[in-house]
Design a protein around this ligand. Structure first.
Ligand code: FES
Length: 70
């Protein structure tokens, strides 16, 4: 699925950037070497970044909780 049609940026590519430390839409466009054209995607881009960051941050807690319960 595309996050940004104008720049052909896919959701998987955006999620991959989060693993490299990118947290804002502005940083993402910079990493992709482009700029928003119509800007219809910027809110969705940020939502995808936030969602992926939450999943990454939650992962160690889940693993730790598993160790405590064992
Ligand atoms: S859809 Fe991303 S700039 Fe237009």
């Amino acid at each position: 699925m595309y996050v940004c049609i104008c720049n052909a940026i896919r959701e998987a590519e955006v999620r991959e950037l989060v693993r490299a430390g990118v947290r804002t839409a502005e940083q993402a466009y910079e990493e992709f070497g482009c700029e928003p054209v119509c800007t219809h995607c910027t809110d969705y881009m940020q939502e995808v970044l936030d969602e992926e960051a939450l999943q990454i941050e939650a992962a160690p807690v889940q693993a730790y909780s598993g160790l405590v319960n064992d």
